[in-house]
Design a protein around this ligand. Structure first.
Ligand SMILES: [Zn+2]
Length: 676
């Protein structure tokens, strides 16, 4: 019996694949990839760029394609069988990739080529590939002596245990807490849907009344809408004190150990701090530059934040006689003030954003900017009937990419929206092999009486993910390892975020924002309101993001050996950004999973960094015309098509003519004007 995953295929052969094909395909493809790497290592010829770096980048292609099909399905159309296979193959895959990083003879070959790099007349893309591969070994200890290597492995093992424990504690704390309400009066202000959910939750646990928990779908509506201030306070303090109760689930010691081990690891590898280690492979480059960036934004945003805080406090005083605004008042009064100022709800906007119209809109934008046309095709294999497939062509008639679009929720699909690919772009033997790119979203399904109508937030999400897709589709590189979205972490959101800007522009909305029943164009005063409400309390929101960035840098940008008390240290890190009075019961660090469990350590700043980039890039379009072909060409030529082939700052400067400045973001966020 033939396994379709082990036959050569161009497009993913979804209709032929059965779940039982995956495991044997993975095993075979891993074995084949190992053999390819062994062949590189055992090559009797002296190492060269071609026989080592190039060979390595083009190795394991079948394995990559099987992995992308499998893990994309596990996100978009999974079932118990697939999930079980994922449990089984994930350790095999990480073992395989560890075996590569720890393959000393392979590293010796790469190191030899790296040592000759000045004399090899490599093109920039090749230099980048060489540097990237060399670093992937050296940053993992390949250059250390045996004793240091051993210590590094110990640290890595210890860190992965601590990070796991940190996350388990946060989860256990989240699940442990319950606020059971028996008096309906206590839920006053909550929307019906949230009340129902709270009642159902209580019922599911055999309890009478309404149950509120620290899970976001329960916590957020309560903080936003519940009129009972004492209960908001109780819930807020519970949320803010996760991992901070001096009990078995406390995370203070874990925080201190994680930062100490990260610091030691960085030192072993020759870096001053963990932040220096991380930022070496980021556009921001150094902790000094990150701090300079955060401080510059702080200086600009603080006056606006203080003004907004005073405004909110005055509003709360006027409404309910609140003398001092506390953390648990913030979401509640902000929501009330926002309603008062804008009276803009999703239901008003949705009729103008029929899904088919928005898709047509984003395609038209791509055509006007980059000369792309999208032709729906019906002969491409797909994993579900709802998936749409398109062939994408350039002006010249050249085939650019295959594009899959999967828009609606299903039981086997995880939440959220994302871009992914089934095949990377690369150039091999002179042939430019084009990519297969996919967008997956969770937009409301059409019914028999109503089409799928998007909220404005969903419209920007669609443009955002489509921006990532363009980054993949327009890729034009040689090596698959540097193609498309394979770029530095703090650069990858530029193509996606910049696309969102078109959603606020009259010229773009005129292409697609028509009422689904009357065909009437969206009224421009509604568009103005959308714009204004988008920057509502932007100063406070900015300060909040900055505070997390400062806290992250405080933990990772200096020697932590003198830190004794987690809460005290955190309070100091928050000093410059604090708006609300501090509460002794709470601690952010002990549940800051982004940086202590996930991959955001020394990277929290990148949310704001990406905003600066996209605002600065879009300002260029605004200046020359949002459909200006020349600017669009520069963006395609220097950013979208280049993937990770060169330093992103160099790419950006070639597009923009200068480094990004924060002014455009400040202007867009309304942080420049002084209101009276
Ligand atoms: Zn994104």
């Amino acid at each position: 019996m033939k396994n379709p995953l082990l036959e050569p295929f161009e497009k993913a052969p979804f209709s032929k694949i059965k779940s039982e094909h995956f495991k044997p395909a993975f095993l075979q493809a891993i074995e084949d990839a190992r053999a390819e790497i062994n062949a590189i290592v055992e090559n009797p010829e002296a190492p060269t760029f071609e026989n080592t770096l190039e060979a390595l980048d083009f190795s394991g292609q079948q394995l990559d394609r099987i992995s992308s099909i499998f893990f994309n399905l596990n996100s978009a159309e999974t079932n118990e069988e697939i999930q079980k296979i994922a449990q089984e193959v994930s350790p095999l895959l990480s073992e395989f990739s560890n075996d590569i990083t720890l393959n000393q003879p392979l590293f010796e070959r790469i190191k030899t080529v790296y040592g000759q790099r000045e004399n090899l007349s490599l093109i920039p893309e090749q230099q980048t590939l060489l540097e990237k591969r060399y670093k992937s070994f050296s940053r993992n200890g390949a250059n250390l002596n045996e004793a240091d290597k051993k210590r590094l492995r110990e640290i890595d093992a210890e860190l992965s245990k601590l990070k796991l424990k940190f996350g388990e504690n946060v989860l256990a704390e989240t699940n442990k807490y319950e606020m059971l309400l028996s008096n309906e009066e206590d839920l006053k202000g909550l929307p019906e849907g949230s009340k129902e959910a709270a009642a159902q939750l209580a019922q599911s646990k055999d309890k009478e009344g309404w149950l509120i928990t620290l899970d976001y779908p329960s916590y957020i509506p309560f903080m936003k809408y519940a009129e009972n201030r004492a209960l908001r306070k109780e819930l807020s303090l519970a949320f803010g004190s996760k991992g901070f109760h001096n009990d078995a689930l406390d995370n203070q010691e874990n925080v201190l150990q994680i930062v100490a081990l990260r610091h030691e690891r960085a030192n072993l590898l020759g870096y001053a701090t963990h932040a220096h280690f991380v930022l070496e492979e980021r556009m921001a480059e150094t902790p000094e530059k990150v701090l300079e960036f955060l401080n510059e934004l702080l200086e600009k945003a603080k006056p606006a934040a203080e003004r907004e805080f005073a405004e909110l406090e005055a509003f709360a005083k006027e409404l309910d006689g609140i003398a001092h605004l506390e953390k648990w008042d913030s979401a509640y009064y902000s929501e009330k003030l926002k309603q008062k100022l804008f009276n803009l709800d999703d239901e008003k906007l949705k009729p103008y954003f029929k899904l088919e119209n928005v898709i047509s809109g984003v395609f038209q934008v791509a055509e006007k900017l980059f000369g792309l046309t999208f032709k729906e095709v019906f002969n491409v294999d797909k994993y579900h009937d709802e998936v749409k497939t398109y062939e994408v062509y350039e002006d010249s008639g050249n085939f650019v990419s295959l594009f899959y679009a999967d828009f609606h929720p299903r039981p086997g699909k995880r939440g959220g929206a994302w871009m992914t690919s089934y095949k990377p772009q690369y150039t091999l033997n002179g042939k430019n092999s084009r990519p297969h790119v996919s967008n997956v979203c969770n937009f409301t399904k059409p019914t028999t009486s109503k089409p799928s109508l998007l909220t404005f937030n969903e419209v920007t999400t669609l443009f955002h993910e489509f921006g990532h897709a363009l980054h993949g589709m327009l890729a034009n590189t040689v090596y698959p390892g540097l193609s498309g979205t394979s770029v530095y972490w703090d650069f990858v959101e530029l193509p996606s975020q910049v696309m969102e800007n078109w959603c606020y522009e009259k010229e773009a909305l005129e292409l697609f924002a028509f009422h689904y029943e009357t065909g009437e164009l969206i009224p421009m005063e509604l568009v103005e309101k959308i714009k204004e409400s988008a920057t509502f309390q932007e100063g406070m929101a900015t300060i909040r993001q900055l505070s997390f960035g400062f806290l992250d840098m405080a933990w990772h940008g200096s020697d932590p050996s003198d830190i004794k008390n987690v809460k005290d240290y955190e309070t100091k890190a928050f000093e410059s950004t604090a708006l609300f009075p501090d509460t002794a019961e709470t601690c952010m660090s002990t549940s800051f999973s982004h940086i202590f469990q996930g991959g955001y350590s020394s990277g929290y700043y990148s949310y704001k960094w990406a905003e600066v980039l996209d605002a600065d890039a879009f300002a260029y379009f605004k200046e020359k015309g949002i459909f200006n072909k020349e600017i669009a060409y520069r963006f395609k030529e220097h950013v979208l098509s280049k993937g990770g082939t060169e330093n992103p700052m160099e790419l950006y400067k070639r597009f923009r003519g200068s480094e990004p400045k924060i002014d455009a973001l400040l202007e867009r966020a309304g942080l420049l004007e002084t209101k009276d």
